[in-house]
Design a protein around this ligand. Structure first.
Ligand SMILES: Nc1ncnc2c1ncn2[C@@H]1O[C@H](COP(=O)(O)OP(=O)(O)OP(=O)(O)O)[C@@H](O)[C@H]1O
Ligand SMILES: [Mg+2]
Length: 296
Protein backbone atom coordinates (compact mmCIF):
# COMPACT_ATOMS: atom_id res chain seq x y z
CA UNK A 1 0.00 0.00 0.00
CA UNK A 2 1.34 3.43 -0.87
CA UNK A 3 1.51 5.74 2.05
CA UNK A 4 0.85 9.32 1.17
CA UNK A 5 -0.12 10.95 4.45
CA UNK A 6 2.99 12.35 6.07
CA UNK A 7 1.87 11.84 9.66
CA UNK A 8 1.15 8.20 8.85
CA UNK A 9 4.27 7.52 6.82
CA UNK A 10 6.53 8.73 9.56
CA UNK A 11 4.81 6.77 12.31
CA UNK A 12 6.77 3.58 11.76
CA UNK A 13 10.02 5.49 12.37
CA UNK A 14 8.91 6.90 15.70
CA UNK A 15 9.67 5.31 19.04
CA UNK A 16 7.39 5.38 22.05
CA UNK A 17 9.70 8.05 23.46
CA UNK A 18 9.31 10.20 20.34
CA UNK A 19 5.55 9.97 20.69
CA UNK A 20 5.85 10.91 24.35
CA UNK A 21 7.76 14.05 23.39
CA UNK A 22 5.14 14.96 20.79
CA UNK A 23 2.42 14.46 23.38
CA UNK A 24 4.32 16.68 25.78
CA UNK A 25 4.46 19.44 23.18
CA UNK A 26 0.73 19.04 22.59
CA UNK A 27 -0.01 19.33 26.30
CA UNK A 28 2.21 22.38 26.71
CA UNK A 29 0.53 24.09 23.76
CA UNK A 30 -2.61 24.37 25.82
CA UNK A 31 -0.73 26.84 28.00
CA UNK A 32 1.28 28.90 25.54
CA UNK A 33 1.87 29.56 21.91
CA UNK A 34 5.02 27.43 21.90
CA UNK A 35 6.14 24.61 24.13
CA UNK A 36 9.45 25.70 25.71
CA UNK A 37 12.24 23.20 25.19
CA UNK A 38 13.13 23.17 28.87
CA UNK A 39 9.62 22.27 29.90
CA UNK A 40 9.37 19.50 27.32
CA UNK A 41 12.55 18.03 28.76
CA UNK A 42 11.47 18.49 32.34
CA UNK A 43 7.97 17.05 32.05
CA UNK A 44 8.82 14.20 29.71
CA UNK A 45 11.17 12.82 32.37
CA UNK A 46 13.89 12.05 29.82
CA UNK A 47 17.43 13.40 29.93
CA UNK A 48 17.76 16.81 28.33
CA UNK A 49 20.43 15.48 25.99
CA UNK A 50 18.10 12.73 24.74
CA UNK A 51 15.19 15.11 24.35
CA UNK A 52 17.41 17.36 22.29
CA UNK A 53 18.20 14.52 19.90
CA UNK A 54 14.57 13.43 19.70
CA UNK A 55 13.33 16.93 19.07
CA UNK A 56 15.89 17.46 16.33
CA UNK A 57 14.62 14.34 14.59
CA UNK A 58 10.98 15.31 15.03
CA UNK A 59 11.83 18.72 13.68
CA UNK A 60 13.66 17.19 10.72
CA UNK A 61 10.62 15.01 10.02
CA UNK A 62 8.58 18.24 10.07
CA UNK A 63 6.36 17.03 12.88
CA UNK A 64 7.44 19.99 14.98
CA UNK A 65 8.04 23.59 14.11
CA UNK A 66 10.74 25.52 15.94
CA UNK A 67 10.42 29.05 17.25
CA UNK A 68 13.27 31.16 18.58
CA UNK A 69 12.50 34.19 20.70
CA UNK A 70 13.47 34.85 24.26
CA UNK A 71 13.32 31.10 24.64
CA UNK A 72 13.33 28.18 22.20
CA UNK A 73 9.94 26.63 21.74
CA UNK A 74 8.12 24.18 19.53
CA UNK A 75 4.67 23.77 18.11
CA UNK A 76 3.11 20.83 16.33
CA UNK A 77 2.67 20.86 12.58
CA UNK A 78 -0.46 19.39 10.97
CA UNK A 79 1.64 16.27 10.30
CA UNK A 80 2.67 16.13 13.97
CA UNK A 81 -0.95 16.37 15.07
CA UNK A 82 -1.92 13.69 12.52
CA UNK A 83 0.85 11.43 13.82
CA UNK A 84 -0.48 11.71 17.38
CA UNK A 85 -4.04 10.92 16.36
CA UNK A 86 -3.03 8.05 14.08
CA UNK A 87 -0.80 6.60 16.75
CA UNK A 88 -3.76 6.61 19.15
CA UNK A 89 -6.02 5.01 16.54
CA UNK A 90 -3.37 2.37 15.94
CA UNK A 91 -3.16 1.64 19.66
CA UNK A 92 -6.94 1.37 19.79
CA UNK A 93 -6.65 -1.16 16.96
CA UNK A 94 -8.90 0.97 14.78
CA UNK A 95 -6.49 1.91 11.99
CA UNK A 96 -3.62 -0.29 10.88
CA UNK A 97 -2.39 1.70 7.89
CA UNK A 98 -3.26 4.69 5.78
CA UNK A 99 -3.50 4.56 2.01
CA UNK A 100 -4.06 7.11 -0.68
CA UNK A 101 -6.04 10.29 -0.50
CA UNK A 102 -9.69 10.00 -1.49
CA UNK A 103 -10.87 13.57 -1.38
CA UNK A 104 -10.05 17.00 -0.13
CA UNK A 105 -13.18 18.50 1.37
CA UNK A 106 -13.93 22.05 2.44
CA UNK A 107 -12.33 21.61 5.79
CA UNK A 108 -11.01 18.10 5.80
CA UNK A 109 -8.81 15.54 4.05
CA UNK A 110 -10.24 12.11 3.41
CA UNK A 111 -8.00 9.05 3.12
CA UNK A 112 -8.47 5.38 2.49
CA UNK A 113 -7.13 3.27 5.34
CA UNK A 114 -7.28 -0.32 6.58
CA UNK A 115 -8.18 -1.68 9.97
CA UNK A 116 -6.51 -4.58 11.79
CA UNK A 117 -8.68 -7.11 9.93
CA UNK A 118 -7.61 -5.60 6.63
CA UNK A 119 -11.02 -4.10 5.98
CA UNK A 120 -11.05 -0.83 4.13
CA UNK A 121 -12.04 2.14 6.25
CA UNK A 122 -12.20 5.85 5.59
CA UNK A 123 -10.50 8.43 7.77
CA UNK A 124 -11.71 12.01 7.81
CA UNK A 125 -9.02 14.37 9.04
CA UNK A 126 -10.54 17.62 10.13
CA UNK A 127 -8.65 20.71 9.00
CA UNK A 128 -10.78 23.42 10.50
CA UNK A 129 -8.71 26.55 10.50
CA UNK A 130 -6.75 25.73 7.37
CA UNK A 131 -8.70 27.66 4.69
CA UNK A 132 -7.81 31.30 5.01
CA UNK A 133 -6.13 33.59 7.43
CA UNK A 134 -9.30 35.64 7.77
CA UNK A 135 -11.19 32.55 8.66
CA UNK A 136 -8.65 31.52 11.27
CA UNK A 137 -8.57 34.97 12.75
CA UNK A 138 -12.30 35.03 13.26
CA UNK A 139 -12.20 31.68 14.99
CA UNK A 140 -9.27 32.80 17.09
CA UNK A 141 -11.24 35.77 18.32
CA UNK A 142 -14.07 33.46 19.11
CA UNK A 143 -11.74 31.42 21.26
CA UNK A 144 -11.05 34.42 23.39
CA UNK A 145 -7.33 34.61 23.08
CA UNK A 146 -6.49 30.91 23.14
CA UNK A 147 -4.64 31.46 19.87
CA UNK A 148 -1.87 28.94 19.88
CA UNK A 149 -3.76 25.76 20.36
CA UNK A 150 -6.87 26.94 18.57
CA UNK A 151 -6.28 25.31 15.22
CA UNK A 152 -5.83 21.86 16.68
CA UNK A 153 -8.45 22.43 19.30
CA UNK A 154 -11.09 23.56 16.80
CA UNK A 155 -10.35 20.66 14.47
CA UNK A 156 -10.75 18.23 17.36
CA UNK A 157 -13.96 19.88 18.53
CA UNK A 158 -15.42 19.63 15.05
CA UNK A 159 -14.38 15.98 14.63
CA UNK A 160 -15.78 15.15 18.03
CA UNK A 161 -19.05 16.84 17.19
CA UNK A 162 -19.35 14.81 14.00
CA UNK A 163 -18.43 11.62 15.82
CA UNK A 164 -21.03 12.28 18.53
CA UNK A 165 -23.80 13.05 16.06
CA UNK A 166 -23.05 10.05 13.87
CA UNK A 167 -22.82 7.79 16.94
CA UNK A 168 -26.21 8.98 18.10
CA UNK A 169 -27.69 8.19 14.69
CA UNK A 170 -26.14 4.75 14.29
CA UNK A 171 -29.20 2.86 15.47
CA UNK A 172 -31.57 4.84 13.28
CA UNK A 173 -32.46 3.57 9.85
CA UNK A 174 -31.03 6.76 8.40
CA UNK A 175 -28.63 6.24 5.59
CA UNK A 176 -25.39 7.61 7.03
CA UNK A 177 -21.82 6.33 7.31
CA UNK A 178 -21.16 3.71 9.93
CA UNK A 179 -18.83 5.29 12.44
CA UNK A 180 -15.97 3.17 13.73
CA UNK A 181 -13.77 5.27 15.99
CA UNK A 182 -12.24 8.67 16.55
CA UNK A 183 -9.27 10.42 18.10
CA UNK A 184 -8.42 14.10 18.27
CA UNK A 185 -9.29 15.55 14.83
CA UNK A 186 -9.75 12.25 13.00
CA UNK A 187 -12.87 10.15 12.64
CA UNK A 188 -12.90 6.63 11.22
CA UNK A 189 -15.86 5.45 9.16
CA UNK A 190 -16.86 2.63 6.91
CA UNK A 191 -16.61 3.43 3.22
CA UNK A 192 -19.82 4.31 1.43
CA UNK A 193 -20.54 3.03 -2.04
CA UNK A 194 -21.44 5.68 -4.56
CA UNK A 195 -20.22 9.12 -5.48
CA UNK A 196 -21.31 12.68 -4.88
CA UNK A 197 -24.52 13.67 -6.61
CA UNK A 198 -22.75 16.58 -8.23
CA UNK A 199 -20.84 14.14 -10.43
CA UNK A 200 -23.87 12.62 -12.16
CA UNK A 201 -24.68 13.96 -15.60
CA UNK A 202 -27.61 11.61 -15.94
CA UNK A 203 -29.93 10.14 -13.31
CA UNK A 204 -32.63 7.58 -13.98
CA UNK A 205 -35.01 9.17 -11.56
CA UNK A 206 -33.82 12.45 -10.04
CA UNK A 207 -37.20 13.15 -8.43
CA UNK A 208 -36.87 9.93 -6.45
CA UNK A 209 -33.42 11.01 -5.26
CA UNK A 210 -34.77 14.36 -4.13
CA UNK A 211 -37.70 12.73 -2.37
CA UNK A 212 -35.38 10.37 -0.55
CA UNK A 213 -33.37 13.37 0.62
CA UNK A 214 -36.52 15.07 1.90
CA UNK A 215 -37.50 11.90 3.76
CA UNK A 216 -34.03 11.78 5.27
CA UNK A 217 -34.24 15.33 6.60
CA UNK A 218 -37.76 14.69 7.89
CA UNK A 219 -36.68 11.67 9.91
CA UNK A 220 -33.62 13.51 11.16
CA UNK A 221 -35.85 16.37 12.26
CA UNK A 222 -38.69 14.34 13.76
CA UNK A 223 -36.80 11.53 15.45
CA UNK A 224 -33.53 13.22 16.33
CA UNK A 225 -34.41 16.93 16.44
CA UNK A 226 -31.58 17.76 14.09
CA UNK A 227 -31.10 19.70 10.87
CA UNK A 228 -28.22 18.69 8.65
CA UNK A 229 -27.23 22.27 7.80
CA UNK A 230 -25.06 21.52 4.76
CA UNK A 231 -27.29 19.41 2.58
CA UNK A 232 -25.61 19.88 -0.75
CA UNK A 233 -24.90 17.85 -3.90
CA UNK A 234 -21.43 17.25 -2.42
CA UNK A 235 -22.75 15.69 0.76
CA UNK A 236 -25.22 13.32 -0.86
CA UNK A 237 -23.51 10.19 -2.11
CA UNK A 238 -25.53 8.22 -4.63
CA UNK A 239 -25.07 4.58 -5.50
CA UNK A 240 -26.64 3.91 -8.89
CA UNK A 241 -26.67 0.15 -8.48
CA UNK A 242 -28.69 0.07 -5.30
CA UNK A 243 -30.38 3.42 -6.08
CA UNK A 244 -29.35 4.38 -2.61
CA UNK A 245 -28.44 7.76 -1.18
CA UNK A 246 -26.18 8.24 1.82
CA UNK A 247 -25.87 11.57 3.55
CA UNK A 248 -22.48 12.54 4.96
CA UNK A 249 -20.73 15.45 6.66
CA UNK A 250 -22.38 16.22 10.00
CA UNK A 251 -20.17 18.52 12.10
CA UNK A 252 -22.39 21.52 11.40
CA UNK A 253 -25.73 19.79 12.12
CA UNK A 254 -27.83 21.88 14.46
CA UNK A 255 -30.61 21.09 16.92
CA UNK A 256 -34.13 21.89 15.74
CA UNK A 257 -34.72 24.21 18.70
CA UNK A 258 -31.80 26.44 17.71
CA UNK A 259 -33.04 30.01 17.08
CA UNK A 260 -31.71 29.85 13.52
CA UNK A 261 -32.98 26.31 12.88
CA UNK A 262 -35.69 27.26 10.38
CA UNK A 263 -33.25 29.40 8.43
CA UNK A 264 -30.83 26.51 8.19
CA UNK A 265 -33.58 24.15 7.10
CA UNK A 266 -34.80 26.58 4.43
CA UNK A 267 -31.29 27.22 3.26
CA UNK A 268 -30.64 23.48 2.89
CA UNK A 269 -33.63 23.07 0.59
CA UNK A 270 -33.32 26.37 -1.25
CA UNK A 271 -29.90 25.21 -2.24
CA UNK A 272 -30.97 21.69 -3.19
CA UNK A 273 -34.01 22.86 -5.16
CA UNK A 274 -31.80 25.27 -7.03
CA UNK A 275 -29.43 22.43 -7.89
CA UNK A 276 -32.16 19.97 -8.91
CA UNK A 277 -33.96 22.73 -10.81
CA UNK A 278 -30.96 23.76 -12.86
CA UNK A 279 -29.69 20.28 -13.49
CA UNK A 280 -32.86 18.21 -13.86
CA UNK A 281 -35.61 20.82 -14.20
CA UNK A 282 -37.39 19.62 -11.10
CA UNK A 283 -39.29 22.15 -9.08
CA UNK A 284 -40.87 21.85 -5.68
CA UNK A 285 -42.41 24.44 -3.47
CA UNK A 286 -40.09 25.26 -0.61
CA UNK A 287 -42.77 26.19 1.88
CA UNK A 288 -44.78 23.00 1.49
CA UNK A 289 -41.66 20.87 1.83
CA UNK A 290 -40.64 22.70 5.01
CA UNK A 291 -44.19 22.20 6.29
CA UNK A 292 -44.04 18.52 5.43
CA UNK A 293 -40.78 18.13 7.35
CA UNK A 294 -41.72 20.13 10.42
CA UNK A 295 -45.48 19.69 10.91
CA UNK A 296 -46.68 16.95 13.22
N1 LIG B 1 -17.54 7.38 4.64
C1 LIG B 1 -17.18 7.80 3.43
N2 LIG B 1 -17.11 6.92 2.40
C2 LIG B 1 -16.76 7.32 1.17
N3 LIG B 1 -16.42 8.58 0.86
C3 LIG B 1 -16.45 9.51 1.82
C4 LIG B 1 -16.84 9.17 3.16
N4 LIG B 1 -16.79 10.30 3.90
C5 LIG B 1 -16.38 11.27 3.08
N5 LIG B 1 -16.18 10.82 1.83
C6 LIG B 1 -15.71 11.60 0.66
O1 LIG B 1 -14.97 12.72 1.09
C7 LIG B 1 -15.58 13.94 0.67
C8 LIG B 1 -15.48 14.98 1.77
O2 LIG B 1 -16.11 14.50 2.94
P1 LIG B 1 -17.02 15.44 3.85
O3 LIG B 1 -18.11 16.02 3.04
O4 LIG B 1 -17.43 14.65 5.05
O5 LIG B 1 -15.97 16.53 4.28
P2 LIG B 1 -15.96 18.13 4.06
O6 LIG B 1 -16.79 18.51 2.89
O7 LIG B 1 -14.56 18.57 4.16
O8 LIG B 1 -16.70 18.50 5.33
P3 LIG B 1 -16.50 19.67 6.35
O9 LIG B 1 -16.62 20.92 5.57
O10 LIG B 1 -17.58 19.48 7.30
O11 LIG B 1 -15.14 19.50 6.96
C9 LIG B 1 -16.99 13.55 0.33
O12 LIG B 1 -17.55 14.39 -0.65
C10 LIG B 1 -16.86 12.13 -0.16
O13 LIG B 1 -16.47 12.08 -1.50
MG1 LIG C 1 -18.73 17.86 2.42
Amino acid sequence: MTLSLKGAKILKDLSIKDIRVLQMVETLLKRGEYAPFEKIALYSGFREKDVDIMISRLHKFKLLQRWKGHYVGYTLTFAGHDALALNALYNKKAVYGVGREKAVGKESDIYYAIDFEENEVIIKINRTGRPSFQHIKKKRDFLDGKFHYSIFFLAAVSAHREYTILSKLQKSKLSIPKIVNYNRHIIVMEPIPGIELVNFKYLKNPTKVLKKTIEFEKKLYKDYQLIHGDLTEYNILYDENGEKITIIDFPQAIPSDHPEAMNFLSRDFEHLFDFFGKKWSISMELESVIDYITKK
